[in-house]
Design a protein around this ligand. Sequence first.
Ligand code: SF4
Length: 281
Amino acid sequence: MNCNDCPRYCNVDRNKDKGFCGGSNKIVIAKVIENFMWEEPCITGGKGTLAIFFAGCNLKCCYCQNYKISHEVKGDCYSPEEFAIFLKSFKLENFSALEFITPTHYSSLLIEVFKSFKSPIPVVWNSGGYETVEKIKEISSFVDVFIPDFKYSDDKLAIELSSAPKYFEIATNAIKQMVKEKGENQFENGELKKGVLIRHLVLPGHVGNSINVLKAIKKEILHPFVSIMSQFVPIKNNQILKRTILPLEYKIVLSYAEKLNLNNGYIQEFSSASQNYIPNF
Ligand code: SF4
């Protein structure tokens, strides 16, 4: 079947061709980290996640921190049946969640995986937010927690930095559907067991983009739970975003969030390229 797993609608036969994301008919795993602790506390929980990093991406962010993983499709290849066996080889009860990092372009293959695999712990879908409403509906049968990025309100910026036309409309609709699928967030002992956490990374020189993302979250999303991140670090050879964000830029964005009463979620310590999260504004 031809691939239309994401809003790029490449319609290519991945048995023989590749679309924008570079994915084939196999699931390619670039990295697996046990007890991954670098997410928000409600995601990593007490035991950390089993984090699976998928190779390739349906976005091409020029500032991607996982550039090697997302821009090159290299790693161990699995059919859906093999990947189900691979997942079963872990003692999943030893983790707080099973976390899929950048899985969007493998949506259809992962739907196949979950025909023969049921996770005993919450499945977390950590994505770029560039997804279709149709696929969100389908994957919701096995995803418990969505943590989508909401990167851009400015479509020109989305094209310039991530080659992602109509990002704003697409991400807004995808996140609305995620919230519709999961309902109100459900926590147990501080761990998010079911629901949606929206992430926004503030970019240097683009406070206006951030403010309009926050406005959209306030306007469009029911009971928003938001993580506003300051951890941007410029990558080598990126000629567009060459610096970290300024304390004042972060302060302005946080003030705006407060003004909008978006006070349920996380902010980061400003020094936090090391990702130390502080719960609740
Ligand atoms: S998942 Fe990949 S091949 Fe499929 S539509 Fe998206 S970019 Fe194209």
